[in-house]
Every structure is written in structure tokens, then in C-alpha cells.
Design a protein around this ligand. Structure first.
Ligand code: IMP
Ligand code: MG
Length: 187
């Protein structure tokens, strides 16, 4: 990886997905989503902060009218293990009745976050609800969630970059990597 990322790069054990792989896959996902929503307005519900770059890249490739709603959701509270409780900024949710919703998150891990969001969004009586994630971890889910679009299936490892953080760092990496276990940042 080129500067200015050389220092951060030392904290990574390895790069899992490079910038080009991510961008190509996001292109394909945008095509799929566009084809599934012909002649519709999509209301994208994006979970911040992790999905920030994924959603920004994805929605700019979709040639359809899009309403964008962001909600803050957090379940990790600083570490590399899901805490089990999910905090969501529900106060930002407008009326979604009759809309075509597309719920987007960076990564599907235990499933708690998306299953909570899904039940809550369905209560709003949307016309349809689809779910998309850039990454899905191969692991047993605590809560099963039907996902319509998956960018990449990955092993059950803690990843950072392209929006995903460890203690608020690494979000700005253009690639997705696994943190070096011996790195002071991962300690
Ligand atoms: P879940 O509720 O366990 O499915 O967790 C989903 C949320 O946890 C995602 O929105 C991410 O913000 C965060 N998360 C899960 N795995 C990782 C990871 O490997 N790196 C960074 N964040 C993660
Ligand atoms: Mg998240």
C-alpha cells in the first residue's frame, strides 16, 4: 500500500480485500440492486459509522431515485467481541410506510444488529424490505437474518478498513485487513 497508509499498514496482519476487489464487487452489487428496483424509489437505511464508505460508493452507482437515511448503531463498544447489546439512534427514523427499503450495513456478524433493525423497520409497514451487507462472517448466528445482497463471505476474524474500525481507528483504509494480533493497536 502506498503512503500515507504505510504506517497503518504495519498494524495489519494481512490485507484480505484490496481496493480494486472491493470496488469491483460494489459495482456488481449496485447493478443487482438497480435491476431489482426498476422504476422504484429506494429508501436506503444505512447503519453508521461502519457502512459509511460502502454506502457512499454503492448509492453513487445506482441510477435510481434514492432517499438516504442514516442511523447510528453500535454493538462492539470498543473491543473485538460483540457486546450483545445493540444501541440504535431510533429518533432519526422518519415515517417509512409504503416505501421500498434497503437496509445496508458493513458486516454481518452475530446477526443481532440487522435482525433488530429488520423487525423494527417491518413494523413501519414498508412496501418492501431488502438487506445488503458488504461482508458476511462464516459463523453461527445468534440471530438469523435473511440477507439479499452479500459482497464477500469471510472467515470469523476481526477486520478493519473501508469504514470498519477498531477503537475508532482504521476506518479510512481503502482496503480491508485483519489486524496484527501483536500490534499495540490490537492489544
Ligand atoms: P452483529 O450485530 O454481531 O451482526 O454485528 C454487526 C456490527 O458489528 C457491524 O455493524 C459492525 O459495526 C460490527 N462488527 C462486526 N464484526 C466486525 C469486525 O470484524 N470489524 C469491525 N466491526 C465489526
Ligand atoms: Mg456497525
Amino acid at each position: 500500500m502506498n503512503p500515507p497508509f504505510s504506517g497503518v499498514f504495519n498494524d495489519l496482519d494481512r490485507v484480505l480485500l484490496d481496493r480494486d476487489q472491493i470496488q469491483c464487487r460494489v459495482d456488481e452489487m449496485a447493478e443487482q440492486i438497480q435491476a431489482a428496483h426498476a422504476n422504484q424509489t429506494i429508501t436506503v437505511v444505512a447503519l453508521m459509522d461502519g457502512a459509511l464508505f460502502f454506502v457512499a460508493d454503492l448509492v453513487r452507482r445506482i441510477d435510481l431515485p434514492i432517499r438516504l437515511i442514516t442511523l447510528s448503531a453500535s454493538s462492539y463498544h470498543g473491543g473485538t467481541e460483540s457486546s450483545g447489546s445493540v444501541d440504535v439512534s431510533w429518533n432519526r427514523l422518519p415515517d417509512l410506510k409504503g416505501q421500498h427499503l434497503l437496509l445496508l450495513d458493513d458486516i454481518l456478524d452475530t446477526g443481532r444488529t440487522l435482525s433488530l433493525l429488520r423487525s423494527r423497520l417491518l413494523e413501519a409497514k414498508p412496501a418492501s424490505l431488502q438487506i445488503g451487507v458488504l461482508l458476511s462472517k462464516r459463523r453461527t448466528r445468534v440471530a438469523e437474518v435473511p440477507v439479499d445482497y452479500v459482497g464477500f463471505e469471510i472467515d470469523d476474524e476481526f477486520v478493519v478498513g473501508y469504514g470498519m474500525d477498531y477503537q475508532a481507528r482504521f476506518r479510512n483504509l481503502p482496503c480491508i485487513g485483519v489486524l496484527e494480533p501483536s500490534s499495540p493497536e490490537a492489544a
